[in-house]
Ligand binder design. Sequence first.
Ligand SMILES: [Zn+2]
Length: 359
Amino acid sequence: MTNTRTTAGLVCAHHHLYSSLARGMPAPKVAPHHFLSVLENIWWKLDAALDHDMIYWSAALGAAEALLSGTTAIIDHHESPNCIEGSLETIYAACSEVGIRVVPCYGVTDRWSDDGNLQQVHPSSAMTRSAQIGLEETEQYLASGKIAMVGVHAAFTCTDETLEAAAQLANEYNTGVHIHVAEGPDDIGAEKRIKQYANDQWLIVHGVHLQEPIAGTIVHNPRSNMNNAVGYARPSQWSNRIALGSDGIDSNMMSEFQMAFVAGRADNISFSPELAWEWLWNSSQLVPETQNDVVTWNYPHMDSPWHVAYTTSVHVSDVKVNNEYVLREGSLTKVELGEIRRKAEEQSQRLHHALAMSA
Ligand SMILES: [Zn+2]
């Protein structure tokens, strides 16, 4: 019996490549005590500090780590409110250099006032300049012919005008909207505002606090949900179309499958790894080209959810994307991992310094 086994490429159905540099960042000045405060004091400060160099090396590092774990496509959700123009091309360039597929989007939001300050959003207000530039960046990227989605941060930080414009843009380019929905208590009821636009191409991310079904694929992010203490999503109550994402915490999807199994089991003793396995491979269907990618594992039972659920030591040795080796015997072929880590480290120091200086 051979000790290796190949599979198709894995897909991370919801990532934030910009979070690769967040690891080791200085602690926020205000310790978050609920989910909205995590957003305000960590993520909305971090994304506001990003520039092109940080975006590039963050994406390159995230892409390299993804390939090392057999993930050959990333569906990314990006925000950098002070560096919007060209950000999607920057992410694409970094991912191409490393050799991974990427389906990017720019997450538009009205939470930044035209003066650049954080603001509460009223659904009936007019679209902000920041949201408008985000939509323009998205359209420019889509018009180049590359595959992408239309990103929206979340309904609770968007006006109705922005939600409608995002849905229209997605329809125009025959793609879906990629949006966080009811992740935490502050976004409860979001589906009521967006269900009039949603269709099967949409990615409904998290859905932890959904109260009714909505069209689209629900992207379940079990590790992130635990990290943010937002609760267990129990995604299969709403849909059979469920995929798995990392929400920016790495992109090791076999590990996310194991986490989805454990989270499901913690909720219900009869939860089967076969269901989480279905979610894992549903993710791959979102980027069908990955079916032809070839990932070689050091474990012979990679076709068995019952084996993999209880084997935390599975590793990838080789990855082929488009018939080309991008990982061979554990080493990236197109780029040098050590060099990416060095450059990313320089950029993370710049980012952490900027965060330490910010009020
Ligand atoms: Zn997210």
